[in-house]
Design a protein around this ligand. Structure first.
Ligand code: ADP
Ligand code: MG
Length: 318
């Protein structure tokens, strides 16, 4: 159904937003959503902007990819803390006139399709949001995600300990390599689909792994800004250092992309040296890449030659 106004758009989103049974008692349609979390669980909350020109470009990203990525970023934060998603809220601001043009309508529909596709795949109901006219000519989206974890059992960045082993999930650098390819040939992936392997366009948040890690890991963080930058965050919060063995990095791209390329949305975590970890969780490889040290330095070793690993991933310049 074509929608040209806010109410039509919300009606169409509501019709498509499935509400699987779970903590969500009441979704889109009233003044508030109502949640009833399990007893003995804590609620975890995260919010992420997806701003046109900053996080996606309409001339590079298929609309479905922008919607998928909008939700994936928040889900990856939940995964990093071992939480299970319980509801998502989407605030969307569209430039005046967007829904009056066929291309604009199609874009918004594609964005919602991409977002709801990942929502369905991960059991995350879209439970509400807000819709408004944007002040400028950029699309602005903000996602709020609520998750839950057994009381006091969520994972933190701040609890790595000297002697812990350092691990990473999946393969690193793929998202940065795909973004580079996209910037060279913007139309190249216009027919891509979330079921293909597209680490930049359709990242898969590691929710099942995060929940499994609650009993295996000592600390965790998701790699949104690049391994070097997120490892520095983990070390800073835990007041420790680390040494990485470059030869062990799981990658098919150049080493600098694996170390510094952002948006892989894999998990970086630590576990006691005595903890035995599976080689794979849910089919995703788990790779031992280094060790946590007492010395605050972060080092990388190439054939035994240790040099400082300078954080060179993503940081917003404000
Ligand atoms: P109110 O004026 O009371 O905030 P709205 O008209 O903004 O009500 O929203 C009506 C319902 O639609 C609410 O349940 C709200 O959460 C939901 N909603 C509004 N915008 C969105 C959106 N972009 N995505 C999902 N739900 C939305
Ligand atoms: Mg509102």
């Amino acid at each position: 159904m074509p929608h040209t106004g806010e109410l039509d758009l919300i009606r169409s989103i509501r019709a498509r937003a499935a509400t699987p049974p779970g903590a969500l008692r009441l979704g889109i349609g009233d003044d508030c959503a109502v949640l009833r979390p399990l007893a003995n669980h804590d609620i975890l909350v995260t919010t992420d902007f997806s701003l046109e020109g900053r996080h996606f470009r309409r001339d590079w990203h298929p609309a479905a990819s922008a919607g998928h990525r909008c939700l994936a970023r928040g889900l990856s934060d939940l995964a990093a803390m071992g939480a299970k998603p319980i509801a998502a809220f989407l605030s969307l601001a569209l430039p005046a006139g967007t829904l009056r043009k066929a291309a604009g309508r199609q874009w918004v529909e594609g964005f919602i399709d991409g977002l709801l596709g990942l929502a369905k795949a991960t059991g995350t109901p879209l439970a509400g949001g807000d819709t408004s006219t944007a002040p400028g000519d950029h699309i602005l989206a903000d996602i709020v995600l609520l998750g839950s974890a057994p009381r006091g059992k969520e994972l933190h960045r701040s609890t790595a300990y000297p002697g812990d082993a350092l691990y990473v999930t999946g393969i690193l650098g793929g998202a940065a390599a795909e973004l580079e390819a996209l910037s060279n040939h913007p139309k190249r992936f216009s027919r891509s689909s979330p079921t293909d392997n597209h680490p930049h366009l359709y990242p898969q948040p590691r929710l099942a792994i995060g929940q499994r890690l609650r009993t295996l890991a000592t600390a965790a963080i998701d790699i949104s800004d690049g391994l070097s930058t997120d490892l520095a965050h983990l070390c800073e919060e835990s007041n420790v250092g680390a040494i990485i063995d470059a030869a062990t990095l799981p990658r098919i791209e150049a080493e600098h992309l694996a170390l510094h390329g952002g948006e892989d949305y894999e998990l970086l975590f630590t576990a006691k040296a005595s903890t035995k970890l599976p080689k794979r969780i849910g089919g995703i490889p788990i790779t031992h890449i280094g060790t946590i040290t007492k010395n605050r330095a972060i080092l990388i070793s190439h054939s035994g030659n240790e040099t400082p690993l300078v954080p060179a991933g993503w940081e917003h310049q404000l």
